[in-house]
Design a protein around this ligand. Structure first.
Ligand code: MN
Ligand code: MN
Length: 316
């Protein structure tokens, strides 16, 4: 397979974009991972939400919306399909999808398989609990840096008896040595809480927490510079919770918080992270039942494309 055949960019010249089975970016399905460099992977799981479910439907709707994506980036002129062989890795095959910790094991194993094959993954969730098993699958011994864009720190502790709810993945990731809190930046945090436990945990462990009012004061390009300073030159994971955007733009999510990023701010923020050594990324918490226009899925598909352009430029 040639680079160009593996990409989705030229497919629209042989068939209109609304045709055929919807894969992420109209990329080919991955049969043998050794034929690919980057896998776009669906994680249709929302068994760890603390309030409104629906993110299990995220991957299917983002696949559909991603048929709108094209190949050449409007500001960098990067064509990720010319740089890397990009495919749709399918959805995580679950063996016991209604058991939280068993589902997380399935997620970990699926992502570990891509890592073993030398394929970089971009995941689409799914609730935010999925990032914990993804990190388990992708890291090996040494903690990675983290750029976490979200309305919530997701460093809370157990909720109603579960330590693995979608508000806790990054607390667990610190405890398990998967991420380095001193190389972690959390961007866009806002919304009232009933206790300060999660915020306090993030700051006490040394994470750089940039609340939304600070984002507004600094501007997103300065925020990106701060993120670069925090994560430095080491391997870094990026996790993008769609609820970091204002629900005026992205209402299709389980835990919306007003006063968030605009769509162009979210794109500008990611574009300003060009060159950061990303070893994987995800877009999570897209809940299509709360997205009647499909606009949230379109934003998620576009963020996925932006992440694809970033990761395609990272030397393996
Ligand atoms: Mn989150
Ligand atoms: Mn959130």
């Amino acid at each position: 397979m040639t680079d160009r055949e593996s990409g989705s960019g030229d497919d629209a010249r042989s068939a209109p974009r609304y045709m055929n089975i919807a894969t992420f970016m109209r990329a080919p399905m991955i049969d043998d991972p050794s034929d690919f460099d980057i896998a776009l992977v669906g994680v249709p799981y929302d068994g760890a939400v603390t309030n409104r479910p629906g993110a299990r439907h995220g991957p299917r709707e983002v696949r559909n919306a991603s048929s709108m994506m094209r190949s050449i980036h409007p500001t960098t002129r990067v064509n990720p399909y010319e740089l890397r062989r990009v495919g749709d890795g399918g959805d995580v095959p679950f063996t016991r999808v209604y058991e939280l910790e068993a589902a997380h094991k399935d997620i970990e194993a699926f992502f570990a398989g891509f890592k073993t094959a030398g394929v970089v993954t971009l995941a689409v969730g799914g609730d935010h609990s999925i990032t914990l098993p993804i990190l388990r699958g992708l890291t090996s011994g040494s903690p990675v840096g983290l750029i976490h864009i979200d309305a919530h720190t997701d460093t809370w502790d157990e909720f109603m008896g579960s330590r693995y709810n979608h508000g806790a993945p990054f607390r667990r990731a610190v405890e398990e040595g998967l991420i380095d809190p001193s190389r972690t930046v959390q961007i866009g945090i806002r919304g009232a809480q009933n206790s300060m436990d999660g915020w306090d945990y993030s700051e006490a462990t040394g994470m750089r927490v940039i609340f939304m009012d600070e984002v507004t004061r600094m501007g997103v390009e300065a925020v990106a510079e701060e993120a670069r300073r925090v994560v430095g030159d080491g391997p870094t994971y990026l996790s993008f919770d769609i609820d970091s955007l204002d629900p005026a733009f992205a209402p299709g999510t389980g835990t919306p918080e007003v006063g968030g990023l605009t769509t162009i701010e979210s794109l500008t923020l990611l574009r300003a992270l060009r060159g950061v050594p990303l070893m994987g990324a995800d877009v999570v918490e897209v809940a299509p039942p709360f997205d009647p226009t499909g606009g949230t899925s379109l934003i998620a598909a576009t963020l996925l494309y932006e992440l694809l352009c970033l990761v395609a430029e990272v030397e393996p």
